[in-house]
Design a protein around this ligand. Structure first.
Ligand SMILES: *Cc1c(COP(=O)(O)O)cnc(C)c1O
Length: 352
């Protein structure tokens, strides 16, 4: 496991990497280590997997959302700024903001970091989609503009350990707290002990933690996968280029890469732009043609468990509009040229 952590830290250019049993545990442990307490406010993007929001709720915090920029589909920095101004007036500024690098595209981290300095909140990157992505020519995970960054190594992600996750950070104290939170709150470090050391067997539980460790077996998979990461990303970028060229003349909103980022292309999401194209019809037609399309994501705030917290339709209109038209096409290194051509031909047939 230590070997995987070292290799990961080196790959993304961070001082520390802490391996955990899944990406959700990485988010949860990070909330704890960054000091999220009951009653705090934590904000994320509605266009993400539910785990990005649940992690704050595990800590008793209030979850809030910031609407997306429809062009990038990422948390809008402008909307974040507006919401921060309002929260300052209302005296409910967030303790932490969790930008999600949706589909592999890095959020505008320098701008978010500037707001974090002004409004004094912690920044936790959810990079479950973004292992292998770059921001300002640095790997996502380097934490140049954040306190910590989480990854997931679930089988659907770009790099997998079967199940697994990790947190990277450059902060020694955060790394030490993470290590403690993922092993029951226990420390064996004598210099950190509160009671007299009673012998070589001695350890202390100093706070309530969890068993979130990654097994050595899973970590060994991670070590070998990391060596192949560049080739995975290259294969994905080739497929992305091919899709973008093939669909240029169709009534589709195509994913774009902003100038200071390089995406690892975890997802290839198009939006159906024509009034006469119903997303459900197109989705069903492609599934009938045996094409594994999907939808990423149902806006988190529209889930019944979040509506029960008071969220409702219309709260984040740009996220909701995006969701109504979004369609993810197959993109993974095992997709052959012929298979991708079949996807392209079938999409053209249905959408033209
Ligand atoms: C997959 C994913 C997670 C959770 O990761 P698990 O390893 O499945 O727990 C969190 N956030 C995002 C954006 C994800 O896609």
């Amino acid at each position: 496991m230590a070997e995987f952590e070292r290799a990961l830290a080196e790959k993304v250019g961070a001082k520390h990497a802490v391996a955990v049993c899944n990406g959700t545990a990485a988010l949860h442990a990070s909330c704890l280590a960054l000091g999220v307490k009951p009653g705090d406010h934590v904000w994320t993007s509605p266009i993400s997997f539910v785990a990005s929001a649940n992690c704050a709720r595990y800590c008793g915090a209030h979850i809030g959302f910031v609407d997306i920029d429809p062009k990038t589909r990422l948390m809008s920095v402008d909307a974040l700024w507006q919401k921060l101004l309002q929260a300052r007036d209302d005296d409910c500024l967030p303790r932490m903001v969790i930008p999600v690098h949706f589909a592999g595209h890095s959020c505008d981290m320098a701008a978010i970091h500037d707001l974090a300095e002004t409004f004094r909140f912690a920044v936790l990157e959810d990079a479950a989609h973004a292992i292998g992505s770059l921001y300002n020519e640095q790997p996502v995970g380097a934490c140049a503009h954040s306190d910590a960054c989480t990854f997931s190594f679930h089988p659907v992600k770009t790099l997998t350990t079967a199940e697994g996750g990790a947190i990277t950070t450059n902060d020694d104290a955060i790394a030490a707290r993470l290590r403690q939170y993922i092993t029951h709150g226990i420390t064996r470090d004598e210099s950190a002990m509160q009671l007299p050391n009673e012998g070589a067997w001695f350890y202390e539980q100093q706070m309530l933690g969890y068993n979130f460790r990654l097994s050595d077996l899973h970590a060994a998979l991670g070590v070998s996968q990391l060596k192949r990461l560049d080739s995975f990303v290259e294969a994905r970028r080739k497929m992305w280029n091919r899709y973008n060229e093939a669909f240029a003349d169709l009534p589709l909103g195509l994913p774009v890469e902003s100038s200071n980022t390089q995406s690892a292309w975890h997802l290839y999401v198009v939006t159906l732009e024509s009034e006469t194209l119903d997303r459900r019809d197109v989705f069903d037609a492609l599934r009938s043609a045996n094409i594994g399309v999907n939808v990423h994501y149902i806006p988190i705030h529209l889930q019944p468990d979040f509506r029960a917290l008071g969220f409702s339709e219309g709260d984040f209109p740009l996220s909701e509009a995006y969701y109504k038209h979004a369609l993810s096409l197959p993109l993974f290194p095992g997709l052959s040229d012929e298979q991708q051509q079949y996807v392209i031909d079938t999409v053209k047939e249905i959408v033209k």
